[in-house]
Design a protein around this ligand. Structure first.
Ligand code: E4P
Length: 217
């Protein structure tokens, strides 16, 4: 399973990247706003640091304008994955980008039917949003499972990039289902290391060690 980091915070990406935890990065207009940086500048900085795919999202809603924006974003670096929304225009732009050999991440996917269309349009990645489905009381991980079954049935090459990840359980569920990639905020990836019994066990070991009166160094 590949780990993408869902942020435009360069320092947070660097911390995880230095540990070898980063296979790619996803950004979106909200994350660019949060970072408070110029999209071209910050995306270039991320692409220079991370060798895997870095998703940069178009904001136009009409195919022709999306294609123009995507072509500009693609010029930032060879590892750019152009991110387009799962609309008919987005699919049209996806097909155009894929035909030119660009990686495309089709985002805002909320149904298996949408995922089929993205695969047919040549998407490199489909981004089903788990958390936002949970928000409306639907079981987000079920969508990942449905898409996995469908893509395997037809050997679609589009990678399932589970997005809108809000918890460690989301990541574990996606791993069990066989999502190709997860993209999660840095804090959720770091939370994977936490376990109450690890903390408790370490506390006991350190107390006992202190009683030995020994030192390793
Ligand atoms: C995916 O590429 C999106 O950037 C992201 O996962 C959205 O997550 P959110 O629903 O927590 O905003």
């Amino acid at each position: 399973m590949k780990f993408f980091v869902d942020t435009a915070d360069v320092a947070a990406i660097k911390e995880l990247n230095d540990l070898g935890m980063v296979d790619g990065v996803t950004t979106n207009p909200s994350l660019i706003l949060k970072a408070g940086r110029d999209i071209i500048e910050v995306t270039k900085e991320i692409c220079d640091m991370v060798s895997g795919p870095v998703s940069a999202e178009v904001v136009a809603t009409e195919a022709k304008a999306m294609i123009a924006e995507g072509m500009k974003l693609a010029k930032i670096a060879p590892n750019i994955a152009i991110k387009v929304p799962l609309t008919w225009d987005g699919l049209t732009a996806c097909k155009a980008f894929a035909s030119e050999g660009h990686m495309v991440n089709v985002t805002l996917c909320f149904s298996p039917a949408q995922a089929i269309l993205a695969a047919k349009a040549g998407a490199s990645f489909i981004s089903p949003f788990i958390g936002r489905l949970d928000d409306i009381h639907l079981e987000g991980v079920n969508l990942i499972e449905d898409i996995r079954i469908i893509y395997d049935n037809y050997d679609f090459k589009t990678q399932i990039l589970a997005a809108s990840i809000r918890s460690v359980n989301h990541i574990v569920d996606c791993a069990k289902i066989g999502a190709d990639v997860i993209t999660a905020p840095p804090a959720v990836i770091k939370a994977m290391a936490q376990h109450v019994l690890t903390d408790k066990g370490l506390e006991i070991f350190l107390k006992d060690w202190a009683k030995t009166g020994q030192k390793i160094l």
